[in-house]
Design a protein around this ligand. Sequence first.
Ligand SMILES: Nc1ncnc2c1ncn2[C@@H]1O[C@H](COP(=O)(O)OP(=O)(O)OP(=O)(O)O)[C@@H](O)[C@H]1O
Length: 262
Amino acid sequence: MAATEEQQFPLPKILTYPASAPPSLIAQGAEGRLYKTTHLESGLPCALKYRPSKPYRHPILDARLTKARIAAEAKVLDRCYREGVRVPAVYALDAAAGWVMIEWVDGKPVRQGINDWLGERPEDGTPAASEDETPLVDLMKRIGEAVGNLHRTGVIHGDLTTSNMMLKPWASRPSNAGDKAKAVEGDIVLIDFGLATQSSSDEDRAVDLYVLERAFASTHPRAERLFCHVLDSYKPSYKKAPSVIIKLEDVRMRGRKKSMLG
Ligand SMILES: Nc1ncnc2c1ncn2[C@@H]1O[C@H](COP(=O)(O)OP(=O)(O)OP(=O)(O)O)[C@@H](O)[C@H]1O
């Protein structure tokens, strides 16, 4: 880590111990920072999510909030992992110190994979007549299944976007697909559970889908018409999914009304 970066973003104590590789700052958000580092004992690459204290908050409230948020995120991740949802495993946690250490997911965000696929496609998103869109459609289906799996366990993500999904390359399926198809290959791993809650209500699940639908339309307007494949594969993914899709129509209607009223 560069000296100036270190002054601007002082490391949490856990990252000041000697390790096989120095930590690197991957992302700096409004709430926290994400470092790539290695697990102290096993040397495995991992991600350390750190929520530094906020000087503008009352210290007691700040300590309580930080601890509660890190603990809540770790708890949800752990629950998902044990239920077989593809999320990073939790390796270690110190909620009072504001960090959780999780599995490092090799790969790239789904957002980047889709954009790499779309490449130079025109604004209206029409593919060339000769283009076989199957790999992209398959990715959309895997997204629907991943969200369905998550909802099946009673977890609402709260911030579903294609940036909060990683594409982890398939290790056991050596691919002979072309470069373009490779851009959208891989298992979906859901990340960033900072806003996650536990709920099994149709309404909460439908809102989670709606958030994804809106985010998808604004991030990938050229692929918007393919979002139906996400819903198609979500529908059979667990028993209550069909009623969630029906509820989604109400949520959309409310969304439209709200945007008309400003
Ligand atoms: N387990 C991981 N393995 C590899 N990269 C990750 C992992 N978790 C997060 N990242 C990368 O770091 C970025 C930021 O992570 P994340 O979204 O969890 O943090 P955040 O946006 O700061 O969280 P919050 O929204 O809760 O404040 C992600 O977009 C992703 O590129």
